[in-house]
Design a protein around this ligand. Structure first.
Ligand code: HEC
Length: 99
């Protein structure tokens, strides 16, 4: 994880834009899993504001999950996002957790 990433305002703000464009539809504006598309999804979109995702120590795992997706669920992999873009999303989601 790039040093200082989780508290970088720049990373958080870029991450917000990427999140809103790609993730909000399922995970919701607040990251709580209540996006418009969630109806009927099994499993439903994860609540990213709850443990383990709300925990800073889970940041590397969150990165890996975003990169790889979750097999057997609606959560896709994101080969089109760069390493930096994925870290920016992680920084944004953690800023929502600890304002
Ligand atoms: C089409 C709907 C959809 C989109 C778009 C989507 N997700 Fe998900 N996501 C899901 C679902 C469904 C799960 C639950 C998977 C499970 O519980 O096994 C999930 C789970 C997750 C998890 C937790 C993984 C786990 O092991 O439970 C993270 C972190 C996550 N998503 C982040 C993101 C991010 C960041 C984006 C945008 C780049 C994104 N998701 C876009 C549907 C989506």
């Amino acid at each position: 994880m790039p040093a200082g990433l989780l508290t970088s305002r720049e990373a958080q703000q870029t991450g917000r834009v990427i999140y809103m464009a790609n993730c909000e539809i399922c995970h919701g504006v607040k990251g709580d899993g209540r996006g418009q598309r969630r109806e009927g999804m099994n499993p439903p979109p994860a609540d990213l504001m709850a443990p383990p995702w709300s925990d800073k120590s889970g940041a590397p795992r969150m990165y890996a999950v975003i990169q790889n997706g979750v097999r057997g669920s609606a959560m896709p992999s994101w080969p089109m996002l760069s390493d930096q873009q994925i870290w920016d999303i992680v920084a944004y989601l953690h800023s929502l957790n600890s304002p």
